[in-house]
Ligand binder design. Structure first.
Ligand SMILES: Cc1ncc(C[n+]2csc(CCOP(=O)(O)OP(=O)(O)O)c2C)c(N)n1
Length: 327
């Protein structure tokens, strides 16, 4: 018996997925420092449990859209480390054939439609997909991942209003990491006003969860997805979490002398590391031993390194194709 209601097999799967996402991000951040990936990157280290927990609650034929901090969502929806690495290196074998870079990922075969650096675009596109599902009477859910800054945009409210009015099966997932670039929520939003609270005023069903606890995220997302699918209605899920690295780039802020957030705050959140918390669950429930956990981690890291090396050795797009698909 486990402490949670989640099937043991899924708990193990989610842990392995957390490891894959965490180590892919860390390995790519290391490689990024060599200046061979010529694309801006927004790493999601520290935020993995949101992507993994939500995607575990989605079906393969449900779709997901994401924003600039998209690697976690791409991988958790089923995207490969190899194709992500190839995209960051600008190679022809990249998930967007080396043309998109970090902020334009896609893999339709796993239902990850697109990521976009334009804040709010993921919501609008996901809302459009949900409309098409409704028109086609398809029993599918469309998902948008985005950050807390999007709740300060007009597009956010337009999408919520439209989805509520049209009764669309869309899951809006707000990863609230407390910052928009280097601005904390406290200087951007009036005191006592919450994002979830504002969404409620649209009559939309809302859920709120500790985004660093993969079990809680999965259980809450499963309820949210089931609600959207069954009632053909939008749902909103706010997940509190924290990014460990700088806003854009591979470094820890404090190594660069940046002071917009306190080092103690980062350390406090690192104590709530989603990977370590998931490990604790597996150990406490007897689903894995320390040795097994270490073995999985080592094997996953080795696979990731091999994927990145393979991607690096791949060919560039042919210059003759520069204007293909451009009109
Ligand atoms: C429409 C639009 N406005 C402004 C920007 C510039 N911009 C890029 S990332 C960012 C902050 C994003 O914060 P949040 O959405 O909370 O996500 P996080 O980076 O914290 O994951 C801003 C303002 C943009 N990309 N698009």
């Amino acid at each position: 018996m486990t402490e949670s209601n989640i099937a043991p097999k899924l708990l193990v799967q989610m842990h392995r997925e957390l490891l894959r996402v965490r180590h892919a991000e860390l390995a790519l951040a290391e490689r990024y420092k060599q200046q061979e990936m010529r694309t801006p990157t927004h790493f999601g280290v520290g935020q993995e449990a949101v992507a993994v927990g939500v995607c575990a609650a989605l079906r393969k034929d449900d779709v997901a859209y994401s924003h600039h901090r998209s690697h976690n969502h791409f991988l958790a929806k089923g995207g490969s480390v190899y194709r992500l690495a190839a995209e960051l290196f600008g190679r022809e074998t990249g998930c967007s054939r080396g043309r998109g870079g970090s902020v334009h990922l896609t893999d339709l075969s796993v239902g990850f439609v697109a990521s976009s650096a334009i804040l709010g675009e993921a919501l609008a596109a996901a809302t459009g997909s949900a409309l098409s599902f409704k028109m086609d009477k398809a029993n599918r859910v469309s998902t948008a991942f985005f950050g807390d800054a999007v709740a300060e945009e007009g597009a956010f409210y337009e999408c919520l209003g439209y989805a509520a009015l049209m009764k669309l099966p869309v899951l809006y997932v707000c990863e609230n990491n407390g910052y928009a670039t280097e601005s904390p929520l406290a200087i951007r939003q009036p005191e006592g006003v919450s994002i979830t609270g504002r969404v409620k005023s649209f009559g939309i069903e809302t859920f709120y969860v500790d985004g660093n606890d993969v079990c809680a995220v999965y259980e809450t997302a499963a309820k949210a997805v089931a609600f959207a699918r069954e009632h053909m209605l939008p749902v909103f899920l706010e997940c509190t979490t924290y990014r460990w690295l700088e806003h854009v780039g591979p470094h820890f802020d404090h190594d660069l002398g940046r002071t917009y957030r306190d080092e103690a705050e980062l350390q406090d959140w690192q104590q709530k590391c989603p990977v370590r918390r998931s490990e604790t669950v597996l150990l406490a429930t007897g689903l894995a031993t320390e040795a097994e956990l270490e073995g999985w981690e080592a094997a996953i890291k080795a696979e990731i390194e091999a994927d990145i090396e393979r991607a690096y050795a791949d060919p560039w797009p042919d210059p003759s194709q520069l204007f293909d698909n451009a009109s």
